[in-house]
Write a protein that binds this ligand. Structure first.
Ligand code: NAP
Length: 295
């Protein structure tokens, strides 16, 4: 077991997927993990999965609730008082909305606000709350962004917008805390086998609307995500391991492109915008014409 016993890592969205894998992986590798979940039943469920329950504290932490953030801070401060230090915080909580009218033109403002409130403002609130403790330990801020911030996929109800905003904020943060010895790391996963997409069930979109293509495209997109479920490159454990490496590194990378096809997509994101537009348009037509799910 690694000698990380006095090191705390605080993580949001630890009930499932990448957050759960990361919490369990870090616990297995000696860290004292403070795992934030939203539902009371998940506190027990995550604790039951931990290899070293004595080093796993599960807390209720909804990143949209200031009261949750303050009681999470109090719990972590109590651990710090017990001769521990916050080696890292991992902002992981996030949602995607792939149902209803989700084109830029037709997506309701309320939907955009929901996505921004969790994926962007939730991350900002969490990091602002815990940054002073990270500073004391000269620790690492890990932000689970997405490849979608680099290569924007259309019809995602502001998911890419929230992650692009997060990238801009994180870049500013990194340059602000540069001289304080705090690392800021962006995880840019392309595709991970989690329930993030499976939680979505695209509802019928009125085909008379201006963008009838969004419905078959999203169905085809989810179908392609599902077909990649067994790809080891998409395993949330692989992303968890990368996050652990970033936390342990003396000089972590600023960006970690990971997940199935991550490097290819990162490369495409460097091509001129006109070429990207052409490729994405081609991909959308190919996906919608070959999808078994198109109705
Ligand atoms: N899966 C991918 O392909 C992929 C690719 C790139 C980036 N990512 C990013 O990875 C992160 C984790 O997603 P995942 O794929 O692991 O999906 P996931 O299994 O659905 O995990 C999302 C986590 O966020 C939590 N969450 C949702 N709303 C929250 C809130 N208001 N406050 C606190 N926690 C909240 C969820 O809790 P509940 O269980 O209570 O809902 C869940 O624990 C997200 O930020 C996502 O954007 C995922």
């Amino acid at each position: 077991m690694d000698n990380n016993n006095n090191k705390i890592v605080v993580i949001t969205g630890a009930s499932s997927g990448i957050g759960l894998a990361t919490a369990l992986y870090l616990n297995e590798h000696g860290y004292h993990v403070v795992a934030g979940v939203r539902k009371p039943q998940d506190k027990e469920a995550v604790l039951a999965k931990a290899q070293f329950p004595a080093r796993m504290l599960t807390i209720l932490l909804d990143v949209t609730k200031e009261s949750d953030l303050q009681s999470a801070l109090a719990s972590v401060q109590a651990l710090v008082a017990d001769h521990k230090e916050v080696a890292a915080i991992v902002s992981n909580a996030g949602i995607v909305i792939l149902k209803g009218n989700i084109s830029c033109e037709e997506c309701p403002e309320e939907t955009l606000r929901t996505v921004m409130d969790i994926n962007f403002f939730g991350a900002v609130r969490f990091i602002q709350t815990f940054l002073p403790l990270v500073r004391t330990a000269k620790g690492t801020v890990v932000i689970n962004s997405a490849m979608a911030a680099k290569l924007v996929i259309p019809f995602t109800a502001g998911y890419a917008t929230s992650k692009c905003a997060l990238q801009g904020w994180a870049t500013s943060l990194r340059r602000e805390v540069y001289a304080q010895g705090i690392h800021v790391v962006l995880i840019e996963a392309a595709r991970a086998s989690t329930n993030l997409d499976a939680k979505q069930n695209p509802e019928a979109v009125d085909q008379s609307k201006l963008y009838p293509m969004q419905r078959p495209f999203i169905k085809a997109f989810l179908e392609s995500m599902a077909s990649g479920k067994n790809n080891p490159h998409s395993s949330p454990w692989r992303i968890a391991k990368t996050i652990a490496q970033a936390i342990a590194a003396k000089h972590p990378k600023l960006h970690y492109a990971i997940g199935s096809g991550g490097h290819l997509l990162a490369f495409i994101s460097l091509l001129p915008d006109r070429i990207q537009d052409w490729l994405i348009n081609k991909m959308m037509h190919k996906m919608t014409s070959t999808s078994k799910l198109v109705t």
